[in-house]
Design a protein around this ligand. Structure first.
Ligand SMILES: [Zn+2]
Length: 388
């Protein structure tokens, strides 16, 4: 029986969340914020400390490491476990003060640094599953960072298990920690050759037992509207206000369908995210307004790739069951790094870690869920060895 202690993974997780690793959506650098490397350095050092001698960190903030195969079988695919070190720009990640409630009693929790922040079974029903078990929250003024330091902690705890239990057979296990997932750049600078994995799993999902093998496919579009700017005092019959045109374009978007606020599950949507007005081009004459539309691919549904390698999700299901959980197959109304990995040579569904209320001050996680995520990694590695 594979058993990982909720308390020991909790201690590890609490150390990691105190390192500020917020990514920066306004930056074009890789990583988008240097401070993400602070956690990378800690992880690199801890991997070396475990005896994982090939651990490396590159200038972009990616950490790579291998736990070499200890099996006589030569045909086992190398399997990657991946988590992101950055936290979301939506909510402060500075001076995170994690609080570990070792035996959650089911009552409301008023977060100490801002007593308007109250976590309760009413606003977070999944708490019910954690009564009499450990949960970890932030203190009220920051996010917790369970997204995705719970994934980081689960991978590290599984690594400790493998290094301490050499009798447990597995193939090559590739560990990858990435920066900038929250700003859509998690795979931008990854070196797939160096990683050298055939299949992968991100640990970046919610409720215990959940397995996400389907995402949206998304494109991004930039619409540039060129109005005609004339001094408003002389504007009659000449001015074409681009911002008003932008307003008309927004108003013409679908409202009762194709909109995130009116759709759910696998229904798609169009989602405007920003309107910027720039008033620097002065067009004195009246050439008329023009509009440009540029569209680019963001990511594609991972399921199209995963369906060609059914063993990837099937083994994950079996591992979740061996960890004593019920499998919940889910689809994501968005994309993951796994969507991109799946299209650059590494089919990669997403596994649970337990994270809840992500990107907010009410973020929390149950410690038994994190321990189960680490156990699932161990079982999954064993299954790939058994079935190869
Ligand atoms: Zn995440």
């Amino acid at each position: 029986m594979i058993q990982i202690s909720p308390d020991s993974i909790a201690d590890r997780f609490m150390r990691y969340v105190q390192v500020d690793t917020q990514s920066d959506p306004t930056s074009t650098a890789h990583p988008s914020s240097e401070k993400q490397k602070d956690l990378g350095k800690i992880l690199h050092r801890e991997l070396l400390g475990l005896g994982i001698t090939d651990a490396t960190t590159d200038e972009f903030g990616y950490v790579y490491a291998t736990i070499p195969s200890n099996s006589d079988k030569k045909n086992i695919p190398a399997i990657c476990f991946c988590a992101h070190v950055d936290t979301a720009p939506d909510c402060s990640g500075t001076n995170v003060k994690p609080i570990h409630y070792r035996y959650y009693d089911g009552n409301d929790i008023v977060l100490p640094d801002d007593n308007t922040q109250v976590l309760s079974i009413a606003n977070s029903p999944y708490l019910k599953e954690h009564i009499n078990h450990g949960i970890i929250t932030a203190s009220g003024v920051t996010l917790l960072g369970a997204d995705d330091k719970s994934g980081v902690a689960a991978i590290m705890e599984a690594a400790v298990f493998f290094m301490q239990n050499p009798a447990v057979k597995h193939g090559d296990i590739k560990i990858l920690f990435t920066p900038d997932e929250e700003v859509g750049q998690g795979t931008a600078k990854v070196d797939m050759q160096k990683l050298g994995a055939q299949f992968g799993y991100t640990l970046d999902g919610g409720e215990a037992g959940s397995l996400e093998d389907e995402t949206f496919s998304a494109d991004a579009a930039v619409i540039t509207i060129n109005g005609v700017i004339v001094h408003p005092g002389y504007a009659k019959d000449k001015l074409v206000n681009a911002l008003k045109l932008a307003g008309a374009v927004l108003d013409a978007l679908p409202k009762n369908e194709w909109s995130p606020e009116t759709t759910e599950k696998k229904q798609g949507f169009v989602h405007p995210t920003a309107v910027n007005g720039i008033a620097e081009k002065v067009v004195a004459q009246f050439p008329g307004a023009t509009m440009e539309y540029a569209q680019h691919e963001q990511y594609r549904n991972m399921k199209e790739v995963l369906d060609r390698y059914p063993q990837v999700a099937a083994y994950a299901k079996e591992a979740i069951e061996r960890a004593g959980l019920t499998v919940k197959i889910e689809s994501i109304r968005g994309g993951t790094d796994g969507s991109r990995f799946s299209y650059i040579g590494m089919p990669c569904p997403n596994l649970f870690t337990g994270m809840q209320n992500i990107h907010s001050k009410l973020e929390w996680i149950g410690t038994k869920d994190m321990a189960k995520a680490a156990e699932t990694i161990v079982h999954l590695s064993m299954i790939w060895e058994e079935k190869s």
